[in-house]
Design a protein around this ligand. Sequence first.
Ligand code: HEM
Length: 454
Amino acid sequence: MTVAADIHLPPIAPGRRPIIGHAIPLIKDRLAFLQAMRAHGPLVRVAVGPKALLLVNSPELIHELLTSRSNQTTKGLLFEKLKIFGADALPVAEGAHHRNRRRLIQPAFHRAKIETYVEAMRTTVQTAIDAWPNGAILDMKTEMQVITQGVVMSAAFSSNPDPALAREILGSVDLVFRAALQRALLPVAALERLPTRHNRRVVDASRTLRTAVGKIITDHRAHPDAYDDVVSLLLAARDETGASLPDDDILSEVTGLLAAGSETTAVVLAWLFHELGQSPDLEHQLHDEVDAVLAGNPPTADHLPRLGFTRRLVKETLRLYSPAWLVTRQASSDLGLGDFTVPAGTDLIWSPYTLHRDPALFADPERFDPDRWLEERPQPPRGAFIPFGTGKRQCLGDGFAWTEATLATALIASRWRLRPTDSATVRPIGEITVHPSQLHMTTQARHVQPRGTA
Ligand code: HEM
């Protein structure tokens, strides 16, 4: 950030070291570091090596940044690096291209359309949880990723890859995400181009993904009348000149949705069951609700509004364990933010995770309390709860994620108790999402299953 002498600067975060700036606390425990920075005001400067980042803390300024100032920003450092998934895909696209693409893809995520995905979601979750043996120890993050990746692929792309390919896709998405975050936190472009083993693995992972997605697209082209999903929508799309989208763009969009939609919902489910494992009382309430509403039937879209407690559990998990901990922007021109003028070229960051744990916005913020969302309880101020962001870049899949998380929670709880197995403390780790340090849980069948699997 180069700053004109007359510009009034926000405070610099304490603990800056010469040359490396705040790199050590950021590497050691980035979530704790960002959380601690909330005490230093609505805007705080953080140094990563020679680079200065502007951390936006207050809900008012975050709202301003994401709405009225959104035309003066690009998506910034992290999303630049996420272009490995596809340079022009919706989550990383800019300007008019982003606007047009969003308009085009949006119908596939309208509420009425999402209701049509419920059956595919249910079948995918059911198949995955039916395969769990009773007494098995599950690695929760991986298991939930298998489920949520399967849900995106079946509901949005009508694709059900075999388990080996599904794991390969999962591994590739993970690797590319990790590389993108590392490159964003240590932005030395030359290192990315070196022919190291790691860089070659990232290229291979990206190729694996695009090959798998390419096969889905080929299949849709061969059977144009067989599908009514996101891929068929992209294939049928025409621009203002009547031309269809380039193949490479379709590939990028589908890959981008797969990446954006899988890990986020997976970590929400992992955290939710972790909290239930700590609280038999909450678990009972969930079982009571699920048993009463579903009454042994497979859940449908009609059941979802009646699963009030289940939805509160999902909402509280989205608050306390917001998957996104780092959202970036870059000022494309000088922009006013509160009392400050942010010079063009400045990198800005904000964190849904730390915002949602601010004691000034949420009473007893570290406590997992789904009932804080009951209407009769005092609600947090406007803009304080934004797990999906806000403004023109708000998550396109928020409705999809709500439906999926509610349905998966109800389905899993109707069939299994997941019991904690680890004696070690489960800590939140900020990678591309906030995931549990390690979380293993044991399956315990709730009802005897006619198929004899339990
Ligand atoms: C709990 C689950 C999820 C969370 C917490 C989440 C969170 C977010 C956030 C915070 C953003 C905005 C980033 C920004 O402002 O720069 C975003 C964007 C996006 N998300 Fe999600 N997401 C979730 C699930 C999904 C799902 C299931 C899909 C699709 C199947 C999806 C697709 C997208 C897309 C396409 C964008 C880019 C939108 C745009 O730039 O116009 N997300 N998500």
